[in-house]
Ligand binder design. Sequence first.
Ligand SMILES: [Zn+2]
Ligand SMILES: [Zn+2]
Length: 392
Amino acid sequence: MERDTRVLSNEMVEQITSIRRAIHQHPELSNQEHATQALVERTLRDAGLDSISTVAGTGLIVDIHGTPANKQLVLRADMDALPIQEERPDLPFASGQPGVMHACGHDAHTAMLLGAALLLHQSRDQLKGTVRCVFQPAEEAEPLGGRAVVEAGVLENADAALALHIDPDIEAGSIGLRDGAMLAGGMEFTLTVKGRSAHAARPHHGVDSIYISACIVQALQSVVSRRVDPLEPCVLTIGKIHGGTAKNIIAQQTIIEGTARVLSESLREAVPGLILDTANSIAAMHGATVELDVAPGEPVLENDPEVNRLARRAADRVIGAEQIIDLPVGTMGSEDFAFYTQRIPGAMFRLGVRAPDDRHPHPLHHPKLNVDESALPVGAAIFVEAAREFLS
Ligand SMILES: [Zn+2]
Ligand SMILES: [Zn+2]
């Protein structure tokens, strides 16, 4: 595959590849990215960047100032790994941390943004404005780093934000773009069904929270199929249910836990009410009560068309228009970069990392996820090109 790496020198490609491998070998869970944070800071300081500050505990911000300080573009990478045991014993830089793995490519994200920061620093006299690079912690688990970064005021002077995410379904050397809703907004919920215990042989003396919960679990799928517009993506999954204390006792209480994902903010607001309506009605029918607790997760990630066009032009210069894929649909996964795009115009593009001969790539969050490293200079170069144009 032809690839234009004129943006990055061979030395820079080698540097970001070895950084990615070092981070891959030492993965850290969400909000525990101390060594990764230290490695990023050391690399930046060694290259002469010093406008560095800590954010959200284990995150880092580095500003690259040009003159005049007209505009500000935020480039963002996430740094955390997942509680997954890597299953690639052949990999020379496989995770050295049992049960922890960079299975979502955040090692690659961090290395690419580091490379972009070093390059933009070298050519900072050509920037009319500031590039703010955000090395964000905790994309994978609460408390989410994306929310913490935005609440810390990191975007206060920013005009736009750009991020990327690796995509094992797209061949390395290509990227995917999509305007509008790209990734789902979500929430986690807990339904507590309260009945009344009784002897198992005398159910009419009690209110059976397990039976009622079974009815509720079934009926909740009718929220998706009967209450939500079929043209609106919505998924509702019960992942955990627990009730009762013994085989021969009517269960006094059952707890149902699940998650909901949607691609529109209006539906995201409506879903808790629909869940509660359904659960309440069924519980009332049987003389039980329910309580609903909702923990809001990520908002819907809405790609701004203008920022997307900036990314498209940058990618066009790096890989050529024929390597840019227009993604027909979003996905029901979530990404906490959505907190940024909720606040300022922003976009996230998908960076292909599938090796050309890999017919059945493992998905994100898989213990055998593979990242074709030829994608690293592509992602870094698109960041650099986008920043140079935005601040030209
Ligand atoms: Zn992930
Ligand atoms: Zn991710």
